[in-house]
Design a binder for this molecule. Structure first.
Ligand SMILES: CC(C)(COP(=O)(O)OP(=O)(O)OC[C@H]1O[C@@H](n2cnc3c(N)ncnc32)[C@H](O)[C@@H]1OP(=O)(O)O)[C@@H](O)C(=O)NCCC(=O)NCCS
Length: 235
């Protein structure tokens, strides 16, 4: 159990650029508190103490603003950042290393008592305010943009944005070909610093200008030589 708690603390360091110490995680991270309380609620639920499970879940909601149904299944190192307003339904399954931001709903769309909430495979990132609804599967390492409403399955590694959710299909957002890597807030790692891009462009243009000037000087020199030869002058 202690190892699991430690792992839960450590995963914050890989995923929140703002974290400063373990003490901060233990005392000030509602996502961490919600996960720990969910472990207890889930245990009650599985032991058939349904009311106690629900009561623990509601206490956690009161404390953290995060509502996780005690029946929901959460993997290891699931990170809930900020958390306020998150709702995770009874039959939702959240894989290892997933990251959820504030305002995310993993909800149902039917009264069907069976599986009616989403399944998130390993390493999925769900942006702030996104709603993922229905018994759909979000593939390994996929990303959901903030405020998207996802109603259809998402392939591994894909990025989905908008309402209703649509896949980003440019080269940068190709579906998964290798193991997913966490990037803070789901942003692509090949993003370049705009300042660096501008400076590099200026350098490139400067080099081009230098080449053009050199070429002009070379031609002027050739013309001058031709002129002097034609008029019989000594070079
Ligand atoms: C969806 C997301 C993962 C994509 O990140 P990315 O791979 O770096 O993609 P880009 O920023 O290059 O955006 C690609 C395109 O999607 C659009 N886009 C990005 N996020 C979007 C969103 N949430 N809703 C609608 N469109 C979005 C961009 O405008 C861009 O469109 P364009 O190609 O027409 O210019 C990211 O934008 C996102 O929403 N992450 C969640 C962040 C979050 O919730 N943070 C909360 C922290 S508290």
């Amino acid at each position: 159990m202690l190892a699991r708690i430690r792992e839960q603390i450590d995963c914050v360091f890989d995923r929140d650029p703002a974290v400063r110490s373990r003490w901060e995680v233990v005392t000030l991270y509602p996502g961490f508190h919600a996960i720990l309380l969910h472990w207890l609620a889930h245990w009650f639920w599985q032991k058939n103490f349904k009311w106690l499970g629900r009561a623990t879940s509601q206490f956690s909601r009161f404390l953290t603003g995060i509502e996780i149904h005690p029946g929901a299944t959460l993997g290891r190192r699931v990170f809930i950042d900020h958390g306020m307003g998150i709702v995770i339904g009874e039959t939702a399954e959240v894989g290892d290393d997933c990251t959820l931001y504030q305002g995310v709903t993993l909800g149902g769309t039917s009264w069907n008592k069976g599986k009616r909430h989403p399944t998130l495979a390993q390493g999925v990132i769900v942006g702030a305010g996104a709603k993922v609804i229905g018994p759909i599967i979000l593939g390994e390492g996929s990303k959901v943009g903030s405020n998207a409403v996802v109603v259809k399955p998402v392939p591994p590694g894909a990025t989905v944005i908008g309402i209703p959710g649509r896949l980003l299909e440019d080269e940068k957002h190709q579906t998964l070909k290798s193991a997913p890597k966490f990037t803070a807030y789901g942003s692509s790692t090949d993003d370049k610093d705009p300042l660096a891009v501008t400076v590099m462009e200026l350098v490139r243009q400067n080099e081009l200008r230098d080449q053009q000037i050199e070429e002009l000087l070379r031609r002027i020199e050739t013309l001058t030589k031709t002129d002097s030869t034609a008029s019989g002058e000594q070079p």
